[in-house]
Every structure is written in structure tokens, then in C-alpha cells.
Design a protein around this ligand. Sequence first.
Ligand code: DSN
Length: 454
Amino acid sequence: MSNLETFFREPIKKTDPEVSAIVKNEIKRMSEGLELIPSENVVSLAVLNALGSVFTNKYSEGYPKKRYYGGNENADAVELLAIERAKKLFGVPHANVQPYSGSPANQAVYFATCKPGDVIMGHNLPDGGHLTHGWKVNFSGSYYHSVPYHVKADGYIDLEEIKKLAMENKPKLVWCGATAYTREFPFEEIGKIADEVGAYFATDIAHISGLVAGGAHKSPVPYADIITTTTHKTLRGPRGAMIMVTEKGLKKDPELADKIDKAVFPGLQGGPHDHQTAAIAVTLGEALKPEFKEYAHQIVKNSRALAAALMKNGIKLVTNGTDNHMILIDLTPYGKGKGIFVQEALDLANITLNKNTIPADPASPFYPSGVRLGTPAITTRGLKEAEMDFVGGCIARVIKEVCTKYQLPEDKTQIKDYLKKFRSEIKNNSVIAQVKQEVIEFTKKFPLYTTLDY
Ligand code: DSN
């Protein structure tokens, strides 16, 4: 901890003790906890170095060698390096590394391929899809005519439905990708349907891009026209995103790469975040190393072992298991809307995950009946299959403790007071306190950063 404090806090400690103290608290929270939110990870010190570099001072609207301002020779060099590494890592002819994050990247795909009012298809949000794949309150569901597809009762994507909806509605753009889906994505099958109806096929691999890069999940490259990804999930980089165009996409539309670049800048964004680009370049360099393959496979091994440990403890999972980094717990055997109790009680026990809807959730998206968790961050910290029994056991103990004791009132006006009582009671719950102590002891064996090689 003392070395870490020096690394992260030396200048800030002197000039801004208030922010410095908050950063210190965050280091402690991360160090003493098990981070199981499947979209989070722990980046390397090299990524942090690049992210905290002087590139944050620069403006470089445009693209390498075609900038609007001077002094961009180093910004050009780092962006070109990131692009080359992205192309090599994923095997694509074109990459844009400027999107600020996943939602802006997806927005650029719409801007490049559709006009307002065009029909688009994506994985329905309560079924595990993403806001930007056509959800009604998002720009994607209000500026475009969204026809969502769903998962079947068994939790798997309903290919029959996709085919039927695509034939009936003739979409301009079809998405495949999700934020809460625990099985391999059927890229090939959905890609065929998109081709049959003449749609662009975009895959959003934000969650699984590290697995794809490391060979632990099938690549969408042969089937997709466009691929978007964030860079901070399984890919283990800074917050940011990329848009890639495949050979198939260029064959379908030779101007597609140009359209994407123009949509990002000047269509939607201003100056790229060069410090973020530098950190993405470092991330992609790390992902090109052989160790990253091992990491990607270990994520999935851990996820499968954690799923097995949970089921052994009597916990029900959507699809009864996982193919990737993620697990979706179905809490309905204890009643509906229990996700909030589990998330908040586990937070108190230093285990972080998030409440989530499950397919055909009997409750509301705000008080859903499931929780979502995953193994990217704990795998980075060095946990292996053998440790998943401990992690799964802790989660199961807390689930049983709160789900058998608490049930949200049917009358919505009573929910606020009920949660107030719940929050005050769990502070003194002995099971939660015991799990917290065990987690703090356990995490000492797996430091957040093992080496400080700067
Ligand atoms: N918020 C991200 C996630 O947690 O999956 C997706 O955008």
C-alpha cells in the first residue's frame, strides 16, 4: 500500500489533500475487495502511466498526418501505433481508435450507416442487451425504428425470432452483442441473416474483446462488417473504444471505413483524447503478448469454476452456466426483485457486483431479480480456479442470508422506507460482517499491484 500511495499520490498529496484522500480510499476499497463487476478490470501500471501522461495537454482534431493544429508529430505516432496494433490483434484492415467510449462508438456506427427513421435490430435491453442497440429511451431507439430481438426461455438468443423479424422488417443495421449474456454469441448465424436482408452487420464485442483477442471466444471478424469495442473491459485497458471495419465490410461497402472515420470526426466528436489513445496503444501491445492468451483463457476457466461453485451452493444461474467471463444469477427462487438486497449486502461484505434484470424478469429494471458478476478483475489479481470455491461460497452465504429475510413491498410507496430499514439492519448483520472479514484476509494474498516497475 505505501508504494502504491507513492506511485499514485505523491504530487496530488501535496497540492490537493482532499482529492488525494479520496484516491487513497479508492485504493483501499479496491485492494480489500473482490471486484466482480464483469465490465471492470485492473489496468497495468504502464497503462496508468500512459493515461496520466502529458498527452492530456494536446489537441489533435483530425487523423494522423491530417490534423487541424500543429505540434502533432507525437500524437500521430501514438495513434498510428494504436491503429497498427488493433489491426494486427484482431486481424482487420481498418481501425479507428478515437471514440471516447462505447456509446459514442456505437453512435458513430449509426451515423455512418443509417438515416433517422431507418429500421435497426438489436438484443433487447431487459434480455441482456445494451442501451445503444435500440432501447427506447436511448438515441438508438428514438431516432431509429428499433425492432428488438429476445432470448428464449432457456436464456439463449432466439435465432428463429431474429430471422423472422429481419425478413418482416428489412433492417438497415443488425447488432449482435450484449451486456448480460453468458454464452458464445452466434455471430455466424446472425451475420447470415443480416446478409440475406442486405443489412450491415455490426458486432459490439465490448464485453468479450479481451477473450476474442486471446482466443478464448470465437472472433466475429469473418462474419461482421463492423466491430465496436470498449477498451476497458476484458481487454484490460483505459476507458475508451475502437471501431473496426472488416474485409467483409469493405467488400459490402468500399466506403465503409471512410464513413466510420467521418462519423467519429467531424460527425460526432472533437479532439481525440490523446492520453487515452496512448494508453490504448499500451493495452493493445500487452494484448499482443503470449501471456495475454493465458489471461483470457484463465478468465473463462475462473468463470466456469465460479459458476460451478455457486451452483454447488444451490444458487440458480441463467442458462445454468457460462461460456465467457460472466455469470447471471437468477434470484427468483427466493422471490422477485431481490437483486438490490444482494448487491447492497455484498457491497458491505467487500464484494462488488451489480443487480441486473434476468430474461422475463418478473420485477422491474430498477428492482430486478438477478445479479451479474464476472471474473476479469479477479483473474488479473491472480485468482485461479482453486479460489473460486471461496468466492462462490461467500456470495452464496450472503444471498441466502438476505434473500430469505427481505422482500420488497408490493406497494411502491413503501419501498423507500423498507430499504431504509434494510440498510440500517444489514450494517449489524453478523453473517455479512463475517464474510467481510474473510474477504479482507483473503485479498491480502492477491495484491492489487504486485510489482511497481517504474
Ligand atoms: N455499463 C457497461 C456494462 O457494465 O456492461 C456497458 O456499457
